[in-house]
Write a protein that binds this ligand. Structure first.
Ligand code: ACO
Ligand code: OAA
Length: 437
């Protein structure tokens, strides 16, 4: 059986001529144009990034390597006794585009175990930080601290060929993936559980081991598998993926690049929105003082938020124009899980789903009034005892690493250039608009 790395090399060799030909023979073909609104408005809709790992359709939502979320869950080999697939198998799929066999999944499981030992100094770094440091700061710092381990940086300094850059990048990305779950769980237990880290169990898969190190019983292992897969990738233009890609384009290694991407994920308009959703719902519940919320009361709270110039967290999207299928997948998980289905916080989240889209439509600003992934993820964590919502974006970060690290491995494989778009001045825009000579 070919290893994942051997299979990846074969895929890379097959793919390279496609990219080379497109640039050489069809480099002048236009795939879009840029308006003033796009230049000022966050490059929305500007097509200037390439990835084959996932694609986001505004109406359908994400496809991972061509597969929808239900198709992905269906196709991948499941952990024995579990309803959800191995995260390791999903990594194989993202990197190669192939659904792995059981044996191919096991190869990744074993490979990650061999790489999983987090260096002691990473824990020292974390322990030195004041305990009220945001967990995303801790997570990013831990990743950055490991930069000295980078095989890519070492090989680059030794002077390897451009054609081989993908190999040490793959090594760094695999090592990061193997270690992130323990780092995340360590932060959680150090910060919120009286500094009682739990040692990894080498007999468990990534999702199972993460649940074990968090100290949470089944089915939290399935929650972890589902969560990491759902949050992994959302094509290349979102802030965390784009940042990771941008930093990696300077040939910064995977540690520098991922740490930067995680910093972007920590923004409240991006990954941190899942923390904000819980903060918003908790504040709302507190104001009710234990009363069951009514739709009218909820509607008023939503308008209060909008009228005070704030966004409704978990709603709206830069690309999606329908309910996020990641929201739907998590909602379905809640609906099929007996205790969760009737859980008051889930009922409130469901009531927001009934009320908020109308409110946002009446408000008339958001192009997409429907919920995104962040509106539904926190309630599941809360139900299983992870009520420290500051931590939620770290969970998102472990999942997001799968996508962005697979992407930067392919960036190096296909020799994508250093990213350097052109800026213009406001004077130039006014000239282009014909309002200034
Ligand atoms: C994993 C993820 O990153 S998913 C997104 C997580 N983020 C959130 O849930 C935060 C709430 N949502 C938002 O702030 C936005 O919808 C974003 C950031 C996700 C997308 O931003 P954009 O593409 O600029 O959205 P859009 O084009 O619809 O924005 C138009 C206007 O509607 C507003 N708007 C968009 N969504 C919302 C919302 N949920 N609540 C209130 N206003 C909103 C925007 O702030 C903007 O207002 P402005 O014209 O005064 O600047
Ligand atoms: O696609 C985006 O811009 C934001 C998002 O949902 C993600 O990154 O998961």
């Amino acid at each position: 059986m070919a290893t994942l790395k051997e299979t990846l090399l074969k895929k890379i060799q097959e793919h390279r001529p496609r990219t080379t030909r497109l640039v050489k023979e069809f480099g002048d073909v236009k795939i879009g144009e840029v308006t003033i609104a796009q230049a000022i408005g966050g490059a929305r809709g500007v097509k200037c990034l390439v990835t084959d790992i996932s694609y986001l359709d505004p109406m359908e939502g994400i496809r991972f390597r061509g597969m929808t979320i239900p198709e992905t869950f269906e196709a991948l080999p499941k952990v024995p006794g579990s309803e959800y697939p191995y995260v390791e198998g999903f990594w194989y799929l993202l990197l190669t585009g192939d659904v792995p066999t059981d044996a191919q999944v096991q190869e990744v499981v074993e490979d990650w175990k061999a790489r999983a030992q987090v260096p002691e100094y990473v824990f020292d770094v974390l322990r030195t930080m004041p305990r009220d440091t945001h967990p995303m700061t801790m997570f990013s710092a831990a990743i950055l601290a490991m930069q000295r381990e980078s095989v890519f940086a070492k090989k680059y300094a030794e002077g390897i060929s451009k054609m081989d850059y993908w190999d040490p990048m793959y090594e760094d990305c695999s090592t990061l993936m193997a270690r992130l779950p323990q780092i995340a769980a360590y932060i959680y237990r150090m910060k919120y559980k009286g500094d009682t880290p739990i040692a990894p169990d080498p007999d468990l898969d990534m999702g199972g081991n993460f649940a074990h190190m968090m100290g949470i019983d089944k089915p939290y292992d399935d929650v972890a598998r589902m969560y990491f897969i759902l949050h992994s990738d959302h094509e290349s233009g979102n802030v965390s993926a784009h940042t990771t890609h941008l930093v990696a384009s300077a040939l910064s290694d995977a540690y520098y690049s991922l740490s930067a991407g995680i910093n972007g994920l920590a923004g409240p308009l991006h990954g941190l929105a899942n923390q904000e959703v819980l903060r918003w719902t908790q504040d709302f519940m507190k104001k009710l003082g234990g009363e069951v919320p009514t739709k009218e009361g909820l509607e008023k709270a939503l308008w209060d938020t909008l009228n005070s110039g704030q966004v409704i967290p978990g709603y709206g999207h830069a690309v999606l124009r329908k309910t996020d299928p990641r929201y739907t997948a998590q909602r379905e998980f809640c609906l099929k899980t007996p205790g969760l289905k009737d859980y008051p916080l889930f009922q409130l989240v469901s009531m927001i789903f009934e009320v908020a889209p109308d409110v946002l439509q009446q408000h008339g600003k958001a192009k997409n009034p429907w919920p995104n992934v962040d509106a539904q993820s926190g309630v599941i964590q809360w139900y299983y005892g992870v009520t420290e919502y500051d931590f939620y974006t770290v969970l998102f970060g472990v999942g997001r690493a799968l996508g962005v690290l697979a992407n930067i491995t392919w960036d190096r494989a296909l020799g994508y250039a250093i990213e350097r778009p052109k800026s213009v001045t406001t004077d130039m825009l006014e000239e282009a608009a014909g309002i200034k000579k």
